[in-house]
Design a protein around this ligand. Structure first.
Ligand code: UDP
Length: 243
């Protein structure tokens, strides 16, 4: 499985974007189920307090450093990661590769219409990207059965799941093996961005690393989540001292 860096009890793979994509290619070629988690600071902090979540993430076949907070932590711990590998970057590179290798992709999650709109945008961006189906993420038990049946029939190579963390990670861990899908990956709010539903911050704010502030201003309910970052930083500092 390769070497992992442990941050607050969560193992992070030391892979860059290129290596992550190569691994994904190997996962698909193997035909065996593999779970991918893109772990940001908030997810790692949450997992450090939640044994079930930690267990699911640490059992995934690839866990990437989603965001500069995680790269910062790797420096604090004396094992610097070279770059972040975010969910949106991986979604883009998988879709680009799908246009070449015809990997079949299914997108599950987000509000009704969002995954379908994202699929249209993705196909425009990467002509030939092989998205075989989409379904929204607000399903009941009966609809879930229909989704599972559709997945068994379509046999995608890659399943993107946007139900928010850790719900999407639990869903993948619970269903991937029975479905026999080679790659299952939680993608959080990436579909909202790809569908154009959620706008990214203006360029000047991105440049000043103020994207978090922009998201906070347009979605004030994120306030509690933003607070996880200083808590994560304090906990990492404490782990670094204990080394
Ligand atoms: N979502 C969903 N079903 C649910 C809960 C959430 O489809 O039962 C979707 C929601 O519409 C959003 C995505 O999950 O598109 C990610 O939600 P959030 O922004 O909370 O997650 P994050 O990006 O922070 O992981």
């Amino acid at each position: 499985m390769g070497e992992r860096l442990e941050i607050l009890g969560v193992g992070i793979d030391k892979v860059n974007s290129q290596q992550a994509l190569e691994k994904i290619g190997a996962f698909i070629a193997s035909g065996q189920p593999h779970q991918i988690v893109t772990a940001n600071a908030e997810i790692i902090y949450q997992a450090s307090k939640n044994e079930k979540m930690r267990h699911v993430i640490n059992n995934a076949q690839m866990v990437t450093a989603d965001g500069s907070g995680v790269v910062w932590a790797s420096h604090q711990l004396g094992e610097p990661l070279k770059q972040r590998v975010t969910g949106i970057d991986l979604v883009n590179s998988i879709c680009e590769q799908s246009a070449k290798d015809k990997w079949k992709i299914y997108i599950l999650g987000s509000a009704p219409g969002v995954a379908a709109a994202a699929a249209v945008n993705i196909r425009n961006k990467f002509p030939g990207c092989n998205i075989v189906g989409t379904h929204h993420g607000y399903f009941n038990a009966k609809e879930e059965k229909q989704i599972l049946a559709e997945l068994e029939q379509l046999k995608p190579d890659v399943l993107f799941v946007a139900l928010g963390a850790p719900k999407q990670e639990y869903w993948i861990a619970g269903h991937l093996a029975e479905l026999g899908i080679p790659v299952g990956m939680g993608i959080g709010g990436s579909m909202d961005v790809l569908s154009g539903n959620v706008k990214r911050a203006p360029k000047w704010m991105q440049k000043m690393s103020l994207e978090w502030l922009y998201r906070l201003l347009i979605q004030p309910t994120r306030f509690k989540r933003v607070l996880a970052l200083p808590k994560f930083m304090l906990a990492v500092k404490k782990q670094a001292k204990q080394k």
